[in-house]
Design a protein around this ligand. Structure first.
Ligand SMILES: [Zn+2]
Ligand SMILES: [Zn+2]
Length: 412
């Protein structure tokens, strides 16, 4: 992955939908004029269709956040550390049992099952106690090579700014100028399966390659470095603590490799880790990107507020993994109220649906326990969601018609 990306120099006008009058060093105006006619037409057709149906996801919602909150039963807000702990214990027992079975069988008939099962376990909000959260958070996150505080803070920023073009933190949309300023290879990798599924370690950035290294296009700074622009001065100590824990985990893995050889460590840990980051990449991408059936708006300036941002996400049905993975299928309500513990998310979603109306899109049902249907949705979403306009308070993803799957974009 290229880490020598150049920052755009164009300044955009976020207050209007008109092209940037200053043009800027990136030349956004001329490129917009050159936009392929077919692409424009597709966008116009979609907009017309939505207007005909009388609803656009970017319309101001006719309800307030407080209305949704009021519809959710009181007990859904209660965090129970013992219940949370029981889920952690359940997960740990399954993880260790699978590990023991895989190790003793050492059979190629079981290894793939083990890798898939292990790679998809982990995640969850816990209790009201910061200390308890920190201890459990460090234990669980460090074991999967995620720096707990660095991730917690960047995830909090994601929640506080979801769907904001400039301020969102993960899967932030690229502006047209930024997109077109990327090297061809970077544009291609970011939109060609399966590469986007491997972006998580790159996003965390354990190693800052050089000053230009971006965890996401337009966003510099590592999740491990206390001086990163992700963190405030008061958070530095937390970040250092998590980074030390992470280094200890790497040292432990290296020691295990030294004692037992790299092959068992790779089989028991390395491959499940890869499956985990791919699954995380898939699920988060799907929850934050629209597809052929539902286009999600992104906002700037006065267009953005917490309610609109939170509604600009989608629930997806992950079949049997909904339950195993602490109800990852309920992402809309999780964004509206991240404080609701995962074991109440399904009930809270059900209660909030009548208020959200058309702003809540029922997910396409999985035909069986394995959600194979999400592969098609993922491919479609990757094909159409490339960049957003440089200006405008409400924008939608646009498609680069020259970006072919597996081939470089010629839009430059
Ligand atoms: Zn999210
Ligand atoms: Zn979250």
């Amino acid at each position: 992955m290229s880490s020598t990306l150049i920052a755009p120099t164009a300044s955009s006008n976020p207050r209007t939908n008109t092209p940037n009058p200053e043009g800027g060093g990136g030349g956004g105006l001329t490129r917009r004029e050159k936009m392929n006619g077919l692409e424009r037409q597709t966008k116009l057709n979609q907009e017309e269709q939505e207007e005909e149906e009388g609803f656009s996801h970017g319309d101001p919602p006719p309800f307030r956040l407080a209305d949704v909150r009021a519809a959710i039963p009181k007990h859904c807000w209660v965090k129970d550390p013992w219940k949370s702990m029981s889920y952690v214990v359940r997960d740990l027992v399954v993880v260790l049992a699978l590990m023991a079975i895989a190790f003793s069988l050492d059979s190629w008939g079981f290894w793939p099952f083990y890798w898939f099962a292990q790679g998809t376990i982990g995640h969850g909000s816990f209790s009201n106690s910061k200390k308890l959260n920190s201890v459990v958070g460090h234990t669980l996150h460090t074991s999967i090579l995620v720096p707990y505080h660095g991730w917690r803070i960047s995830h909090r920023i994601h929640h506080a700014n979801h769907a904001h073009v400039e301020n969102d933190e993960s899967w932030r949309p690229m502006t047209e100028t930024l997109y077109k300023g990327l090297p061809n290879l970077s544009r291609m990798f970011r939109h060609t399966p399966p590469f986007p599924l491997f972006l998580f370690p790159y996003y965390l950035q354990a190693v800052v390659v050089n000053e230009q290294a971006w965890r996401e296009p337009g966003k510099k700074g590592s999740h491990f470095h206390p001086e990163s622009d992700l963190f405030t001065p008061s958070e530095k100590l937390d970040v250092v603590t998590s980074t030390i824990c992470w280094c200890a985990m790497v040292a432990l893995l290296a020691t295990l490799c030294f004692i037992f050889g790299p092959t068992p460590v790779l089989k028991l840990y390395g491959v499940p880790y890869l499956v985990f980051i791919m699954w995380l990449g898939l699920v988060t991408y799907l929850n934050h990107h629209g597809d052929g059936e539902e286009r999600l708006p992104r906002y700037r300036g006065k267009g953005w507020n917490h309610l609109r941002g939170a509604l600009s996400t989608l629930d997806r049905d992950y079949g049997m993994f909904n339950n195993i993975h602490h109800h990852i299928e309920t992402h809309v309500i999780h964004h509206l109220f991240p404080q609701i513990p995962h074991y109440h998310l399904v009930e809270a979603t059900k209660a909030a649906k009548p208020i959200m109306g058309k702003y809540y899109k029922e997910p396409k049902k999985s035909a069986g326990p394995f959600p194979f249907h999400v592969i098609g949705i993922f491919l479609e979403a990757l094909r159409i969601n490339h960049f957003v306009s440089d200006s405008g308070d409400i924008v939608y993803y646009e498609t680069d018609p020259h970006l072919t799957i597996g081939g470089a974009s010629k839009c430059m």
